[in-house]
Design a protein around this ligand. Structure first.
Ligand SMILES: Cc1ncc(COP(=O)(O)O)c(C=O)c1O
Length: 384
């Protein structure tokens, strides 16, 4: 059997080694000059006014909710297709997640469903550009304005993605990026909060490092992360170009496959393909085995994530510890009162996740030859 070694992501080199050594030599390992420089460079890259480095995106999302004044019993509308952090941050503020369906095109939060779920308790909306495919930002922003509800943009998969030439990081009142090791901008663990609002910036700046009158945190970024972030930023565009090229080539090579379609994005959108999403458009027998066969050939493909509304955080077996379950509190009388999260019906989420969307990782140094190999094998496995 012919198989390949799918290149690992990330691959650090000499520049990253130099950056880490520079930090060690400086004897200053917690947030200082490297982080400040990285923040400035990140703001320039994204085109936003303020960037603040944090320890990871989960912390950034938590700080964003605090800055927006979200607290006990408030409801926050959030997509059910994301990593747990997009919704667990809501529980950290003892607020109630209201899970929303996704829309078919971007697999981001569905604007129509957002409007259905707005209640007097709604205090924020969190949306995500899943795998670097821009969400329906125009409609989300319109809803935010219409109902005067702030939005948090989780851009953890979308470094460099844009809509109408405006980069991700500008579509939320507050936006958050992850710089986790596996992300396109990879520093080990790290995150960035972006905003164009000076009050949010100042509040998050204080909360990040024990500096506010209200409960504050140590959510700082390390100098190592700042130094590695600066190197990563210089490489990001060229690496994104490779991802795009790989994704579009795969799309071309799988065109005509009766079972699969590679998802690409609209004309005004720039997707960065943190992973390429491939949709299973027609049922096929032995799906698990077919995916396994491809993985055995070295191809980095897998089924996507389970919906968040079925995650154990929202479906606890017991109500101990008595924390993190705000919808169970007596004083709460909102949408989730007496409703089980796992029983929610979200049509597109239920249809697509996890078995009708596959992720294929195309980070450099994956190249067109590897994409060609993958497409031949995928076309063989998924044929009538
Ligand atoms: C969409 C999304 N949001 C937030 C996070 C949390 O990122 P971090 O690991 O930096 O806390 C992740 C992590 O994978 C993610 O995929």
């Amino acid at each position: 059997m012919v198989s390949v070694n799918w290149p690992k992501w990330p691959q650090y080199g000499k520049e990253e080694q130099k950056a880490v050594q520079r930090v060690i030599k400086s004897n200053q390992l917690f947030a200082d000059k490297e982080v400040r420089e990285f923040e400035d460079q990140f703001s320039k890259y994204v085109g936003c006014k303020y960037s603040l480095g944090v320890g990871n995106a989960t912390e950034g999302l938590h700080l964003s909710l605090i800055a927006l004044g979200i607290g006990s019993g408030d409801e926050v509308i959030v997509t059910s297709y994301s990593w747990i952090s997009s919704a667990s941050c809501i529980l950290m503020q003892n607020a109630v997640p209201i899970f929303c369906d996704i829309e078919k095109k971007s697999l981001g939060i569905c604007p129509v469903d957002i409007e259905k779920k707005i209640s007097p308790r709604t205090k924020a909306i969190i949306f995500v550009h899943m795998f670097g495919y821009p969400a329906r930002v125009d409609e989300i922003i319109q809803i935010s304005k219409k109902y005067n509800i702030p939005i948090i943009e989780d851009a953890s998969h979308a470094h460099g993605a844009s809509v109408s030439n405006i980069k991700a990081g500008n579509f939320g009142d507050i936006s958050v990026f992850s710089l986790h090791q596996r992300k396109a901008l990879s520093v080990g663990d790290g995150g960035v909060v972006c905003t164009n609002n000076v009050d949010f910036r100042n509040k998050i700046y204080r909360l990040r490092s024990f500096g506010d009158d209200e409960l504050s945190y140590n959510y700082r970024m390390t100098e190592f992360a700042g130094a590695l972030g600066k190197v990563g930023l210089l490489k990001l565009d060229s690496q994104n170009n490779t991802r795009v090229e790989n994704a579009l080539y795969l799309s071309e090579l799988l065109r005509g496959n009766e079972f699969l379609t590679v998802r690409t994005c609209g004309e005004l959108e720039q997707c960065v393909y943190y992973a390429v999403l491939i949709e299973l458009k027609k049922d096929i027998s032995n799906l698990e085995q077919r995916l396994k066969n491809l993985q055995n050939k070295g191809i980095c493909i897998r089924k996507t994530w389970d919906p968040l509304h079925r995650h154990p955080h929202f479906n606890p077996k017991s109500i101990m510890p008595k924390r993190g379950l705000p919808w169970k509190e007596e004083k709460y009388d909102g949408i989730m009162k007496n409703v089980l999260y796992k029983d929610l019906i979200l049509e597109n989420v239920d249809n697509f996740l996890p078995s009708k969307i596959f992720e294929l990782y195309v980070h450099p140094p994956v190249d067109l030859n590897l994409i060609k190999f993958a497409s031949i094998e995928i076309n063989k496995e998924f044929s009538g």
